[in-house]
Ligand binder design. Structure first.
Ligand SMILES: *Cc1c(COP(=O)(O)O)cnc(C)c1O
Length: 360
């Protein structure tokens, strides 16, 4: 296995986190980085100070979208341990994304060890209040300097860390979302189920239009007929019907969310009927009209659970559960955050402990 070289810059002062952390705007001092070439495989593995990068204008990732990422979180638990939530699942998804975009595979066990070391070194940056966490952003991109459209030979892989604030510092704030059929996010057999940069570029215009109309997110419909629900913003979506919790099945254009998977497992354990299936716009509106739509929420690593207060489709405004978070959404949010914070047993094996020792 590759050796990691360490270039640690000692701090001259204690880490001071601002009172309002927000999301993804503050970064820790160091990153993990490695390079790939067909001859050497992954090499130059190092933990080193964050620096600006320098690339030739022809560097492939700038042009043709060979760029993927992950997003996961580490926490300081109530017992003062440092843990990562579902890290194996995130690293295997990264390899899945890499395969789809013709990029090399990473050694998941090695990257996990490197990540643990990086977090150990940066542990003073982990915020401690409830809801706060250390957001982990692994990225990979093609770096060849050539304008032909083909897979890059060389790649860079990096992990950066960012302390982030609570998503709901003042309690749940259910969001208004716009269901629309003017734009789609992804199509089946395309790259919607890979966490690759182009998907997010593709989502910006519709989101901006929705924002201008007063909605927080777009509810994406399928790319073929605009008939079925797919995702909400960059989250998966769950619908609470009368006797069933349903979420769109993974048809290929939907990102297989780790939080989605966690929610499905928890609900099944509690005896709920959970179905991964097609959910049509017509079915959704009919259930609403008949009073059979009990709740709607999004799931994703950043917000964990994002209750939906209102869904608007063309002229039809649908207020969900009187605009309040459903009891189920609240319960799921509390259970997942309790497991992450170590105040509820981890019966699912979702928690990976980061060793407290700094291995330098
Ligand atoms: C990352 C992401 C999600 C949520 O995935 P999690 O693993 O739960 O964070 C859902 N949809 C899209 C489009 C995403 O990029």
């Amino acid at each position: 296995m590759e050796q990691i070289t360490y270039q640690i810059k000692p701090r001259t002062s204690k880490v001071e986190l601002p009172a309002k952390l927000g999301f993804g705007a503050i970064f820790t001092d160091h990153i993990f980085e490695m390079d790939y070439s067909p001859e050497k495989g992954w090499h130059n593995c190092s933990i080193k100070p964050v620096e600006k990068l320098s690339f030739h204008p022809a560097a492939m990732f700038i042009h043709y979208g060979q760029s993927i990422f992950e997003g996961l979180k580490a926490f300081r638990t109530v017992n003062n341990e440092v843990v990562i939530f579902r890290v194996e699942k995130h690293l295997s998804r990264m390899n899945r994304s890499a395969k789809r975009i013709c990029m090399p595979q990473i050694d998941e066990a090695f990257v996990l060890e490197a990540l643990k070391e990086l977090i150990s070194i940066e542990q003073d940056w982990i915020p401690t209040k409830s809801g706060e966490s250390l957001y982990i952003r692994p990225i990979m991109f093609g770096t060849d300097e050539v304008l032909g459209v083909h897979p890059s030979k060389d790649y860079k892989f990096m992990i950066m860390l960012s302390p982030v604030g609570a998503y709901y510092p003042e309690g749940f704030k259910p969001v208004k979302i716009l269901m629309q059929d003017d734009y789609v996010r992804a199509v089946r057999k395309g790259v919607g189920d890979a966490k690759t940069s182009g998907n997010y570029g593709a989502s910006l215009l519709a989101t901006e239009i929705a924002n201008k109309l007063g909605y927080t997110q777009v509810l994406w419909l399928d790319g073929v007929e605009q008939k079925y629900l797919e995702e909400v913003g960059t989250m998966n979506i769950f619908i609470e019907f009368e006797n069933e919790v349903a979420t769109p099945k993974l048809t290929g254009s939907i990102l297989p969310g780790v939080t989605r998977d966690s929610v499905i497992q928890m609900l099944r354990e509690e005896g709920y009927t959970v179905n991964e299936r097609l959910i049509s716009v017509d079915e959704f509106m009919e259930a609403y009209d008949n009073g059979k739509l009990k709740g709607v929420f999004g799931t994703g690593t950043a917000a964990i659970i994002s209750p939906v207060a209102e869904v608007t489709f063309k002229e039809k405004k649908m207020v969900i559960n009187n605009g309040e978070a459903s009891p189920l959404a609240v319960e799921l949010f509390n259970k997942i955050t309790d497991i992450q914070r170590g105040s509820r047993p981890d019966n699912f094996g979702w928690i990976t402990k980061v060793s407290a020792e700094v291995a330098v």
